[in-house]
Unconditional design. Structure first.
Length: 48
């Protein structure tokens, strides 16, 4: 079973990382660097 990740920005425990970023922190997806990152790097940058 998959565990929950903790958002470094707001501290919420979530299951779906991209959906959380789209809904709660859309400013992170506007950043040019995010479009070039792989999912592994997104998880390291925004979640624990």
């Amino acid at each position: 079973m998959f565990g929950k990740a903790k958002c470094k920005i707001c501290g919420e425990k979530i299951r779906f990382a991209l959906r959380h970023l789209r809904q709660k922190h859309p400013e992170t997806l506007i950043d040019e660097d995010i479009s070039n990152l792989r999912m592994e790097n997104i998880m390291k940058k925004y979640f624990t």
